[in-house]
Design a protein around this ligand. Structure first.
Ligand code: ADP
Ligand code: MG
Ligand code: MG
Length: 924
């Protein structure tokens, strides 16, 4: 039978699919005996039914009735009762947290009669009317679709009339008048009265929550976070507890560790005399959690012990919502909290040190993507020439520089035309999502680390600074004003920063600067390139320095563990000595791909032209002979940089006409010269060139004369490169070094092609060996980048010492896509109509391309067990690809130097996942 309703007391945290994250965790806390207000969950089954059929299942009505009655019995109160009303909240909650994206309605069950009952019950008129006006306001906005600003404007007017600054200063009469006014608004805007019947309120609110699954902002959020659209949300019906019952009540949000830095210790925001929405909305400035200790030491102590219990139970950073009703603590939500990249590393490492999780688990809790975020450059603290406008709260790290914009639309527009922007708001709300995505960084004047801006920015890995209350933001005038105190050599003054002005925000420190600020390498990059001691020494003073040191230690611990655990080797794609040295310092264990084509460009282009245009063998040999020392020097530099490690050099791959002038340009030049009757050696050369370009013109060069085909057809070209490699190897051997060059042949389709190249290579090795009096035995291997090569890899193995998959060409030829032609032309359409969920050029197509890889590895290995396999495509650092190639049994992956640490980490995670030795974490 399908379950549409389940009480909190029946469920557990394993049931996220059915109950959503919020419902499953409310059930788990109930099971643990923590103080959770009783309630029940309408399951995602009901939502999926609603999404399919446009109405709620008929059984649901009955099940809700029964659940409400159980709740009434347990609480000994009745929903909307005149005397002792039971009130509930109706709360969205999907499997994956979508902060602020869907709706929640509080205080369901209040009406003109029960508001009196609530007043009597609480002995507090003001509280009862405050609760009722909140219901009309929230219900009007989220259920009836009335513009929330209409209510907000009335509230502001009431505060002005009373001459007070905050909602909590409005008295009972003002709240009653507001409620009446709000109900009039409902009548004016919808043509009907605010529904008085509690069950009608409940049913309408449930449908509104179900509907909120498919609002535009919720869909946009899901697309970004890759959350499926068809899983639906659960709806939680939860007995109300009241944080707005006077000064001994309040509401807050807390973390068991700092989600921005990972620093241990409770952390959060508290608002006395308020209901939950007030904290998240950032409309009132909150107190730090520690302030609760002074307000109510007992409640604070109890909260801390609950938080410790939750962290031990979930074995991870927990994020909670709580309310204190007249001194009594109630838990309203918990989940494994989102965190920034530095916090993820630090928390994982420190939980391991506290023996709460194993090292394997710790490694699974961080990702290569997070590591790459830690490698971003940071602002230079010594940059003196800038004005520090203010120092606010760090919410999400990074160093962002951009032009100020003051609304979401402008942010998206400017970003679309290529401008970098910083979105500056008093506070953000879910409608700002598009602008937040478009911006480099987000800066708000209000709200704490748990405000909407902070939570969403952290989730997206976007730089964010919040609570900059020194800023007076005027979105209408599109500017902000800020008084800056005297700084070194500068007098105090007021700055007006307008739309378009450059500012820089530091999400790690909370600093906001005027103008551009230079950046320096991050401490993690310093660690990766110069080692632990250098990075520790470079970390600054004070708390920030301590955070940096803790982070560097965490990265060190987890990366080491990844290196010890991983089965895959990690090499780099590098074409120059500089690249090779950088790759090596970042931990590359060799070069998996050196492209040689760039070695034929620049000043050497004329030599290549001479090779192509050579009338006879002698002319060609002469041109090739001039190229030889140049190529040899290239290889010497690479082999020296990678001394002791393999360097896989791919022979020239692209079609030769890529080294000749463009056909149209050349035709014009020749035609002009002809018209002017010019002559001479240059004109003759142009004529010859034009003929050659015409001769070599191909309709489809990607599938034409390139790779090994070119090597076999143009005599001497491959031989030149192989000789240069052999001589470089010999030179370094003679110098006492340990060079390990390997020769890689591109675009092989048939074993015969490789045999022919191999014969040439062996002959040259013998020649050079004889000349130098040494023995040269370089490995010769093939790139597997054509379907035929993969399918006949067992035969090609005869002539090969190693294989390396070129995933880019293999993807192009398997799909029959020419990447340059298809990506711009129709991939967006293919994504829209569902043919492609992700571009096969971004992540490997395991079904098709992956199947060819599998066949090649299995069959070639069976034929020749000594073969080694690598991959050197563009997506070498992609986690999906690494997991796949680890599973297939490759020996190494090769990626760009900067991605090497990322690949090391991901390869470690892949090995742990393959062994099943760490529990996978629900990282979303
Ligand atoms: P979100 O998913 O956007 O956080 P929630 O369903 O958690 O939405 O609710 C919004 C706010 O209302 C939160 O601060 C929450 O703590 C508060 N809240 C929800 N239900 C209750 C309740 N039964 N009693 C008191 N406060 C509640
Ligand atoms: Mg919540
Ligand atoms: Mg290729």
């Amino acid at each position: 039978m399908v379950t549409y309703v389940q009480d909190f007391a029946q469920g557990s945290m394993e049931q996220k699919d059915l109950l959503g994250g919020k419902g499953a965790n409310l059930a788990e806390m109930t099971r643990l005996g923590l103080p959770v207000p009783p309630g029940f969950t309408i399951t995602t089954e009901a939502c999926r039914y609603y999404l399919r059929n446009g109405k709620v299942p008929t059984d649901l009505r009955v099940e809700v009735t029964q659940a409400v009655r159980r709740l009434e019995a347990a609480m000994d109160r009745r929903l909307g009762d005149f005397h002792e009303p039971l009130l509930v909240s109706v709360r969205s909650g999907a499997k994956f947290s979508m902060p602020g994206m869907m709706e929640t309605v509080l205080n369901i069950g209040l009406n003109d009669a029960s508001v009196q009952g609530l007043a009597e019950l609480a002995g507090d008129e003001r509280f009862a009317w405050d609760s009722y006006r909140r219901l009309v306001q929230m219900f009007g906005k989220t259920v009836l679709g009335i513009d929330g600003d209409v209510f907000a404007a009335e509230l502001d007017a009431a505060k002005r009339a009373a001459g007070v600054a905050s909602d909590s200063e409005l008295g009972a009469d003002a709240m009653r008048a507001l409620t009446t006014r709000f109900k009039e608004i409902v009548k004016e805007q919808t043509g009907r009265d605010f529904p008085q019947h509690p069950r009608e309120q409940l049913d309408l609110a449930i449908v509104a929550v179900l509907e909120s699954w498919n609002t535009e902002r919720a869909m946009l959020y899901r697309r970004r976070e890759r959350i499926p659209h068809d899983i639906g949300t659960a709806v939680n019906i939860c007995t109300m507890v009241f944080g707005n019952l006077g000064e001994n009540s309040g509401t807050g949000v807390a973390f068991t560790r700092d989600p921005a830095t990972g620093r241990p210790g409770d952390y959060g925001d508290y608002l006395p005399n308020a209901q939950g929405e007030d904290v998240v909305a950032g409309i009132r400035n909150t107190l730090p959690l520690s302030a609760l200790e002074e307000i109510n030491a007992d409640a604070y102590a109890e909260l801390r012990s609950v938080m410790r219990r939750l962290e031990n139970h979930y074995r991870d950073l927990c994020d909670i919502e709580f309310t204190i009703e007249q001194g009594t603590l109630w838990m309203l939500q918990t989940r494994v909290g989102k965190r920034t990249a530095p916090a993820a590393f630090r928390i994982a490492a420190e939980l391991e040190r506290e023996h709460v999780i194993t090292l394997d688990e710790a490694l699974l809790r961080v990702s290569g993507e997070q590591l790459s975020q830690l490698m971003f450059p940071q602002f230079d603290p010594r940059a003196v020439d800038t004005v520090l406008l203010t120092r606010a709260m760090s919410a999400s790290p990074g160093a962002a520089v951009g032009h100020c914009v003051f609304d979401s639309e402008t942010a998206t527009e400017w970003a679309a035309r290529g401008e970098k922007v910083i979105l500056v708001r008093r506070e953000t709300n879910p409608d700002d999502l598009a602008g937040m995505i478009a911006a480099e960084g987000i800066l708000t004047a209000r709200g704490g680390k748990t405000s909407h801006a902070a939570v969403v920015a952290r989730g997206m890995g976007r730089t964010c600074v919040v609570g900059a209350d020194a800023l007076d933001v005027d979105p209408v005038a599109r500017e902000f004003r800020v008084r800056v105190r005297a700084q070194e050599g500068r007098e105090a003054s007021e700055y007006v920063v307008a739309e378009g002005d450059l500012i820089a925000i530091d999400g790690g420190t909370g600093d906001v600067y005027l103008g551009d600020v230079p950046v320096i390498p991050s401490p993690v990059t310093t660690y990766l390139t110069d080692g632990l001691d250098a990075a520790l020494a470079a970390a600054g003073e004070g708390d920030a320095g301590d955070d940096t040191r803790a982070l560097v230690h965490a990265v060190d611990l987890l990366l080491h563990h990844a290196d010890e655990t991983r089965r895959l080797g990690v090499e780099a794609n590098a074409d120059t000595g500089d690249d090779a040295r950088r790759a090596r310092s970042l931990g590359a264990e060799g070069i998996g791909l050196t492209r040689t084509e760039h070695m034929f460009l620049g000043e050497r282009r004329v030599l290549v032209e001479r090779v192509i245009l050579a009338g006879d063998d002698d002319a060609r040999d002469a041109a090739l002979a001039e190229l030889l020392p140049l190529q040899r020097a290239d290889f010497v530099e690479l082999l020296e940089a990678m001394d002791g490690l393999p360097v896989t050099i791919r022979l020239i791959d692209p079609p030769l006409h890529e080294f000749l002038p463009d056909l149209t340009d050349l035709s014009v030049r020749v035609a002009l010269a002809q018209e002017r009757g010019e002559s001479g050696p240059e004109v003759d050369r142009d004529h010859e060139l034009l003929a050659a370009v015409r001769r070599m013109h191909e309709a489809n060069p990607m599938l034409g004369l390139r790779g090994v085909r070119l090597g076999l057809v143009v005599p001497g070209l491959f031989a030149l490169q192989i000789r240069a490699i052999c001589e470089a190897q010999a030179d370094l051997l003679a110098a006492g070094k340990d060079p390990r060059a390997q020769i890689m042949v591109p675009l092989v389709a048939s074993v015969m092609e490789l045999h022919l190249v191999r014969d040439v290579a062996e002959q040259i090795m013998a020649e050079v060996g004889a000349e130098r009096g040494i023995e040269l035995a370089l490995e010769v291997g093939a790139m597997l980048e054509l379907p035929r090569a993969a399918l006949t890899a067992d035969r090609i193995a005869e002539a090969s010492d190693f294989f390396s998959f070129g995933t880019n060409d293999l993807t192009q030829t398997t799909w029959g896509f020419s990447r340059d032609d298809v990506e711009g032309a129709f991939f967006s359409q293919y994504a829209a109509n569902g043919v492609l969920t992700v571009s096969p050029f971004e992540s490997i197509d395991t079904r098709g391309v992956g199947r060819l890889v599998r066949i090649a590895v299995e069959e070639a290995r069976a034929a020749k067990p000594s073969l080694t396999f690598g991959v050197c495509g563009e997506h070498g650092g992609d986690p999906e690809l690494i997991r796949f190639f680890d599973a297939v049994g490759l020996d190494y992956v090769s990626c760009s130097p900067f991605r090497v640490p990322v690949a090391r980490l991901e390869a470690g995670r892949a090995a742990i996942e393959a062994a099943g030795s760490g529990k996978a974490s629900d990282s979303r």
